[in-house]
Ligand binder design. Structure first.
Ligand code: GRG
Length: 258
């Protein structure tokens, strides 16, 4: 898996070498980076499907760029107002709000530039661009963020709706793109994304419980129920991955992240 991280990092580095005066802040945003979970997921699925992982490399990096933009904008004073991210000062603390906003915008726009240049047949590329635009924009991740901002005293259904868009949708981009590239499309992949994304977000909430955030599953259903739901989603997701791909790279990646 370490190899895959290096492959992802080398590609991201190659992308940002193009960016002139934005190169330094873009590098600050993307390196050393976080877990690289979404791109790793995409490459692992391709590998388990016995496909060349290089086919999915631009797509994997584009998804990581969108993820990074969402974190930069989420940290802004107008959003969550977080001073630290990935163990260092957040983008707007290091470079100012103006550059943080612009780096976020640039990461989002550039992700589609690199998607358009991916080394894939045009019909797959169009499908993937459509998918990623749909799941990260006003129907998907941004909608999740809007629902989150507007939420107060959420119930179980409302919090699941927020998680579905805020967290599941971007994870779905990685999984469904791999299914398109691997030519194995099937609704079961979206089910895997949903169980995985829910478990991922609940774990994040359980880890951050001290922050006492407003709209979390813990607030909605209590600590013990949230823990039980986490285990249920984790098991369901691992079983679904096992059915599709066996206990190979993807299974092991998800097992260690969840
Ligand atoms: C467009 C103004 C504007 C804002 C967009 C959509 C959005 C802001 C933010 C996304 C919402 C969000 C922060 C969801 C949380 C998902 C989540 C658990 C992120 C953490 O992901 P990890 O753990 O992070 O993969 P690393 O650091 O490992 O990459």
């Amino acid at each position: 898996m370490m190899d895959f991280v290096n492959i992802i990092n080398n590609k991201l580095q190659e992308f940002i070498n193009d960016y002139q005066e934005l190169k330094e802040p873009m590098e600050y945003a993307l390196f050393p980076g976080g877990k690289r979970f979404r791109p790793l997921l995409l490459l692992s699925i391709l590998d388990d499907l016995k496909k060349d992982i290089n086919l999915g490399l631009e797509v994997a990096c584009a998804i990581e760029m969108i993820h990074t933009y969402s974190l930069i904008h989420d940290d802004l004073p107008a959003m969550d107002n977080d001073d630290m991210r990935r163990g260092k000062p957040s983008m707007h603390i290091a470079y100012g709000e103006n550059i943080a906003i612009l780096v976020g915008d640039a990461l989002l726009t550039e992700s589609f530039y690199w998607l358009s240049k991916a080394n894939l047949p045009d019909h797959q590329k169009v499908k993937i661009i459509n998918l990623i635009a749909k799941y990260t924009g006003a129907r998907g991740m941004i909608r999740g963020q809007v629902l989150d901002i507007k939420s107060f005293n959420v119930n179980y259904e409302e919090i699941l709706e927020i998680y579905q868009h805020k967290t599941v949708d971007l994870i779905a981009c990685a999984i469904l793109s791999a299914a398109i590239i691997g030519d194995v499309e099937d609704p079961a992949w979206y089910e895997i994304a949903t169980e995985l994304g829910k478990a991922f977000q609940i774990k994040d909430d359980l880890d951050d419980v001290d922050k006492n955030e407003e709209s979390t599953i813990i607030k909605a259903i209590g600590m013990q129920n949230a823990q039980e739901l986490f285990y249920k989603c984790r098991v369901k997701c691992l079983n679904l991955i096992n059915d599709k791909l066996g206990k190979e790279k993807t299974y092991k990646l998800v097992e260690t992240v969840l």
